[in-house]
Design a protein around this ligand. Structure first.
Ligand SMILES: NC(=O)c1ccc[n+]([C@@H]2O[C@H](COP(=O)([O-])OP(=O)(O)OC[C@H]3O[C@@H](n4cnc5c(N)ncnc54)[C@H](OP(=O)(O)O)[C@@H]3O)[C@@H](O)[C@H]2O)c1
Length: 309
């Protein structure tokens, strides 16, 4: 059994990680932390938790004991490095953006970087928008010309639990909030991990979970629509986690699902531009499920164990 700890287990992402890990046939959850609920039973918020397990205080001393094989860090951005410093040989799966630009960490997007993840002990999981956008762009990345534009709309769980305008249901009611229209962290992440110039404009909507990302890609050469369609079908043929759909996917259909849907490209009349939509559940395929897939691969297990089974 793989002994696992979860830091930030009461946040939106942590709350999705816990049921997957408690039900995972190869995992024993040793401890889970919460700053605000330390000492209270985990079962009160997660029905899959065993009786008698309480949230532990979120102190790095816990990880410094190194009594687990794997620790998931589901913390706000900026908090993970302090935990990484004391982790030693423990495999870390960091869901924040803190290590996405660090060459010592593997960028743990399993559909694109599966081989690099296998055996790695430092796994930096992609952002939720960045997951959708890169899976929408990757099949034609080598044919792109100039700047790829991405337009994202997320449910407000993407903004975490710390109260802000972006997770305030009253502000969001019948509304759409654009934010970080230039320089969003996922824009830099996409540039780095696709090797392309990407501009990304995120928005928050009034639904709780789910995300849609529309990418617009100019092509270096005019290309027949059949060839572009084939590129998408070939890229994800046989994938258990990426489904290519004829019509653009819709985020509500992906809620509660571990996989991503990428619609076949809409191709402009002149064959020089494609528009592609990808949708996913930001808390699962864009976070918790993707992180567990990465752990599975890193530990030599089948990628789908505990996620699909
Ligand atoms: N939400 C998404 O859609 C999504 C998707 C992909 C990646 N991510 C990334 O995943 C991470 C977690 O996101 P989230 O949405 O779950 O955030 P969240 O809902 O705000 O949860 C954060 C968790 O960390 C705990 N925490 C806060 N400050 C802490 C500190 N200084 N030390 C220890 N624990 C602390 C919180 O405290 P308590 O335990 O007291 O509640 C909570 O359990 C973020 O880095 C985010 O960028 C989020």
């Amino acid at each position: 059994m793989i002994r696992v700890g979860v830091v930030g287990a009461r946040g939106h992402v942590g709350s999705e990680l816990l049921p997957i890990l408690f039900r995972h046939p190869e995992v024993e959850v040793a401890w889970v932390t919460s700053k605000s609920a330390a000492g209270t039973p985990v079962q009160a918020t997660c029905a899959a938790a065993p009786a008698g397990l309480d949230f532990a205080p979120a102190s790095v001393e816990l990880l410094a004991r190194r009594d687990v094989d794997v620790a998931f860090l589901a913390l706000p951005n900026g908090e993970a490095p302090a935990w990484a410093e004391v982790a030693g040989d423990v495999t870390l799966v960091d869901l924040s953006s803190d290590h996405r630009f660090d060459d010592r960490w593997v960028y743990a997007q399993p559909d694109r970087f599966r081989d690099a993840i296998v055996g790695s002990k430092r796994l930096s999981c992609p952002g939720c928008y960045a997951t959708a956008a890169q899976l929408a762009i990757a099949p034609v990345a080598s044919r792109a010309r100039g700047t790829v534009c991405a337009f994202g709309v997320s449910g407000y769980s993407g903004a975490g639990t710390t109260p802000s305008e972006r997770n305030d249901p009253e502000v969001l009611r019948d509304n759409l909030l654009p934010y970080s229209l230039v320089g969003h962290a996922h824009e830099r992440e996409l540039r780095r991990h696709l090797g392309l110039d990407v501009c990304f404009a995120p928005h928050v909507a009034s639904f709780f979970r789910g995300l849609s990302c529309t990418v617009m890609i100019d092509l270096a050469e005019k290309t027949a629509a059949e060839s572009l369609v084939a590129a998408y079908r070939d890229a994800y043929r046989g994938s258990r986690f990426v489904e290519v759909t004829d019509a653009p996917p819709r985020p509500r259909d992906l809620v509660g699902k571990h996989g991503v849907r990428v619609g076949l490209p809409a191709v402009g009349d002149d064959g020089a531009r494609v528009v592609v939509v990808a949708a996913l559940d930001n808390l699962l395929a864009g976070a918790a499920s993707q992180a567990v897939r990465a752990m599975n691969l890193a530990r030599g297990l089948d990628e789908g164990v505990g996620v699909l089974s």
